[in-house]
Design a binder for this molecule. Structure first.
Ligand SMILES: C[S@@+](CC[C@H](N)C(=O)[O-])C[C@H]1O[C@@H](n2cnc3c(N)ncnc32)[C@H](O)[C@@H]1O
Length: 245
């Protein structure tokens, strides 16, 4: 009970600070703290903000990229405008939304992708975790091909089943993949941020993070199966296993 009170108090404190500083959401402090540690966003960058509603991260991103930069946000829900950002409404996994992002980019590469995406919670922990992880993989599969050399990708993930596998699936495309828990998210939630730096586009032919992730997870959850096949999806080999009949 006491712990719960302290957590709520911390959350309220970030909320109060967000209000006082003009940010729409306390989540703005998470991006600020990630930025402070990793220096991901630079002036003039093109930033894609995935799951941008209500716009806290977009506000921070606009400040960081400055007048020469570009911030494109996307969310299922519409946001109040953020000056200096283009905030689209749509499902990031939907082809029509992806096309709108491509149209807006008009051939430019993205320097920084930040994703705070959270699917709707059903209350069934296993289902929620599976949906959240798959969504992260889908966001990667769409956006990695747009990320320039040396760029970064930061995403919220939730501690639990599949976390090691999603990290393994992402690793070949970046020289550094780290977990980070900003002060502003150290509450009761299991969220953690995966900060992937220095994108190495030449490491892959086709981006297939979701497929790699699902095969790694399958291998973990079905250790009894027999190894039958190997496939190269990127710079490393995935050993595919088939259950023994
Ligand atoms: C925690 S909020 C983001 C907060 C935001 N970073 C801010 O600072 O204001 C997570 C958002 O992810 C969005 N989301 C969930 N699934 C999505 C999807 N498939 N496509 C786009 N946005 C999605 C939700 O609508 C929600 O607004």
């Amino acid at each position: 009970m006491a712990d719960h009170w302290i957590e709520n108090h911390k959350r309220d404190s970030w909320r109060r600070q967000a209000k006082a500083s003009g940010y729409r959401a306390r989540s703005a402090f998470k991006l600020l703290q990630i930025q402070e540690k990793f220096k991901l966003v630079r002036e003039g960058d093109v930033v894609l903000d995935v799951g941008c509603h209500p716009g806290g991260w977009a506000q921070v991103a606009v400040e960081l990229v400055g007048d020469e930069g570009t911030v494109i946000g996307v969310d299922l829900e519409s946001c109040q405008p953020v000056e200096g950002a283009l905030l689209l409404v749509g499902d990031i996994t939907d082809e029509s939304t992806q096309k709108r992002i491509l149209d807006e980019l008009n051939g430019r590469v993205i320097n920084t992708i930040v994703s705070d995406i959270s699917p709707d919670i059903t209350g069934n922990w296993d289902v929620d975790q599976a949906v959240a992880m798959t969504l992260v993989a889908d966001v990667l599969d769409f956006s990695l091909d747009l990320l320039g050399y040396g760029g970064s990708f930061t995403t919220k993930i939730f501690q639990g089943v599949g976390i090691e596998e999603i990290i393994e699936a992402i690793k070949p495309y970046f020289s550094e993949v780290r977990r980070f828990s900003p002060m502003a998210s150290r509450n009761s939630s299991s969220e953690v941020y995966l900060v992937c730096r220095n994108h190495m586009p030449w490491k892959r032919g086709t981006t297939v993070v979701r497929k790699t992730y699902e095969e790694l997870l399958d291998k973990k959850l079905n250790p009894e199966s027999t190894e039958v096949e190997t496939k190269v999806y990127s710079s490393f080999k995935i050993r595919k296993k088939k259950s023994a009949n």
